[in-house]
Design a protein around this ligand. Sequence first.
Ligand code: GCW
Length: 705
Amino acid sequence: MKRLGLLMIVHALLLAGARSSCLYAESGAEGWLRYSALQEQAAKKYERLPASTVALNDSLVLKTAQQELIRGVRGMLGRSLRTGAGPFAEPAILLGRFEQLHTLAPALTIPSNIREDGYWLGHEQVHGFECLLIASSTDRGVLYGVFALLSKIARGEDILALDELQQPSAPLRWVNQWDNLDGRIERGYAGASIFFGGGNVRGDLTRAGAYARLLASVGINGCAINNVNADPRILADSFLPQLVRVADAFRPWGVQLSVSVDLSAPKTIGGLDTFDPLDSQVAEWWRRKVADIYKQVPDFGGFVVKADSEGRAGPSSYGRSPADAANVIARALQPHGGVLFYRAFVYDHHLDWRNLKNDRARAAYDIFHPLDGKFENNVVIQIKHGPIDFQVREPVSPLLGGLQHTNEAIELEITQEYTGQQRHLCFLVPMWKEVLDFDMHAGGQSTPVKDLVAGRAFHRPTGGFVGVANVGMDVNWLAHPLAMANLYGLGRLAWNPDLSANTIVDEWTRLTFGNDPLVVRTITRMQLSSWHVYESYTGPLGVGTLTNIVGNHYDPGPESSERNGWGQWHRADHEGIGMDRTVATGTGFIGQYAPEVQKLYEPLPACPDELLLFFHHVPYTHVLHSGKTVIQHVYDAHYEGAEAAGAYVSQWKLLEGHVDDERYTDVLTRLQYQAGQAIVWRDTINEWFYRGSGISDVKGRVVKR
Ligand code: GCW
């Protein structure tokens, strides 16, 4: 009897373990696509939702859309939609392309002239039955419409009188993964690659398919799966069948496969003795290679190129320009409709730090602006949002306003390389919004970055957004459950950069954690404040990085950026700090902006506090607009930031019992760690400033240890 009791206890424990790990898996793995059952009251609102769904064609993507609809409705409302019944037999949710809908019901007024992938959600009578219509010019657009409808249901919005048109801001909405073929991910903080391992594509691509589903749900339509520091082997003939398998996993979700390529491939794997972009054999090599790929992957997206950067091969080896390099590959892609993203992250990492006129921030504009108009129409210059490298605060890259006859895309970093590596909470959408809304005044007109990258400002054929995502095998994709708001936010902004950060995080929180007002309020507030909090205890006043740049890009390491060629300098000495980038006395970087923008930054009194040290070298006693001295600001910001990070722990504790235990505990542990690490940052940086300046904290907190 006793033994039986013991066995039962063991059994119960095992079951509980299994249940909790299963719950856990569901918690993170589904991301914002949880489709949790709505409470009875909330579900009532959707009683009149048609009981069947009809797809107006049988394409793979439309099938996916229909299955997703069924899955979502079943999860949230506990109802199984019927399929197969004709649209005339009963009310239905109709899925199809505009022309198909028109054939079915010619009398309907259907929106026209909408951008590719845009969709319409309508509620209309079709042959006497009340129908909900999800229509688009593409099957992929219908899939996006299905996700939008399901999102509305999850968030409790009305859907019965729908008449809503949504269209993407830009045609190219991509993510890049920096995955290596051995399964490691450069700047990845969430486990091994979901695509590669041991030099090959993984046998099991279930996660790759699940990732494509997450991407499609926010309108992402392309994914480059390997590191921009590309292994040339990705283009080997023997590797192509492996890429075909990834494309197969993406295809149901309308996500186009793409790869990053190394410019030296014609030589390293192609058997030629050159990779000179102007050599005709090289051009022929690319042409054949691309044709082979398209034969097997007809919906292939294109390539990403990092060249002449951080030790990568590039056209400079032959005295050729980035335009020469980009065009030879772009021409090979043209007949197949592929695009070539050429990264503007090209700079000399052996700069002489002793020369005060040297400035890495100048590089992208200095190299690419003179080439404006020299690129093929299917080349897109992929530009990091700031002129340095994803620091917690940078001004907008002047190159975004410096190309008027060339397509461009903005590169944003979802993986938190310099912003806490998914161990700290740092919701980046507010930062990205500032960048996208910033007016570059290019060509003397008002040109916010979002219009430039969409190609609208200068009537370019294409353009868009690229997010460096680096999800991994971790069940939560990005490890920190709250970091997923950044992936979600990238997709939402690429679709509609006019959405507010608040709207985005509200949506994400409801979809991820449900509609409990306390949960929504707490998480949205934490997320919305988190970038400023992180900035205040790591890199205030636009100083650039104070992290360890030669090592992990994570711990405090304010000395590491100096006296080396990487050019991430802050130029601190015993009297002052900051890079003089003015036209008058500094590196001249400010001169790369339009005159209207120069006026914001060149005169010291005009320069906003948060970018002061990016643009000017000032004494520690310089008085900010806020009325504080630079040094006191640094001390105070670090104390305030660390305190705010500590407060996240108590704010999160309010949610005990309101969020499932697995995610509650997971996030709590991370926030507790962050609170501790923020104190380490505070004390390291403050002490370093105190030693350097010799100026005491007026509040007496900072001491030399
Ligand atoms: O920020 C730097 C990263 C490198 C990265 C590079 C790039 C892929 O530290 O890891 O290399 O940027 O964007 O190419």
